[in-house]
Design a protein around this ligand. Structure first.
Ligand code: BEZ
Length: 253
């Protein structure tokens, strides 16, 4: 599933994504002068927060549109278009940070290998992303309704990566990390006023409907909305049933 990003919509209607990231930065605890990589920096909000701690931060993202926005907004920060599965730097980092990104990348082992190679020994990796059973209601509704209408929910359409603590910690250990902290917790998150599940899917689930005629896609979205309106509305407001995996690890070898 390939998602294309609308950086303006991301900033205006889905800003909770980076607002929650500020808690993850506290866990990272950046120090002045540290060389830090923000992996999947999006439009650069959190990269700027890290820079404000006095760190020497670089932001990378695979979306050219996101990198363009980030560079325009924060010209004093170094941003580069790079893929999380295939990045390298000549000078190693003291820490790598990543918020709400790793669930987009099924090639998780390639990412962890790059992380390990890009960190100094003793360097920190601090990340938060979707954990096991993340957005379960949404995935179930997508899967059932796509199948019912003759569109198999194969990995081409729905291939988010939502690991358990055990699974992800084992992967990190394989690449020389010691996991010092791991938490897997529920975070039902209300969407902004006037934003519903269709807006959310337009932003985050574009690739799922690729190749489907606009009229059919509209009907599918409407069926999904009907199904989820019995599960994902509280007090008249839409929420997404997020489950987060928060990890802090140190590179030992
Ligand atoms: C998330 O957990 O942040 C997420 C997962 C899938 C699509 C969009 C967001």
């Amino acid at each position: 599933m390939k998602n294309t990003w609308n950086s303006e919509l991301y900033d205006t209607k889905h800003s909770y994504v980076f607002k929650y990231g500020e808690d993850v930065i506290k866990l990272l605890s950046p120090k002045p002068g540290e060389r830090i990589l923000d992996l999947g920096c999006g439009t650069g909000h959190l990269t700027k927060v890290i820079a404000d701690y006095g760190a020497d931060v670089t932001g990378i993202d695979s979306s050219a549109e996101m990198i363009k926005q980030a560079t325009q907004k924060y010209p004093s920060i170094n941003f580069k278009k790079m893929d999380a599965t295939d990045f390298s730097f000549t000078e190693k980092f003291d820490a790598i940070f990543s918020n709400a990104v790793l669930h987009w990348i099924p090639e998780k082992e390639k990412v962890v290998k790059c992380l390990s190679e890009a960190l100094k020994t003793g360097g920190r990796f601090v990340a938060e992303f979707g954990g096991k059973n993340n957005i379960r209601n949404v995935v179930d509704a997508l899967s059932i309704i796509l199948k019912k209408n003759g569109y198999p929910d194969n990995a081409e359409r729905i291939n988010w990566y939502f690991p358990s603590i055990g699974e992800y910690a084992s992967l990190l250990e394989k690449y020389g990390f010691k996991v010092e902290f791991a938490a897997h917790f529920d975070r039902d998150t209300f969407l902004d006023d006037g934003v519903d599940i269709i807006d959310w899917l337009e932003m985050f689930g574009k690739g799922i409907f690729s190749g489907i005629e606009p009229e059919i896609r509209k009907n599918l979205l409407s069926e999904i909305k009907d199904d989820l309106s019995t599960k994902n509305i509280k007090d008249g407001k839409w929420f997404i049933d997020y489950k987060r995996l928060r990890i802090a690890a140190v590179k030992e070898f």
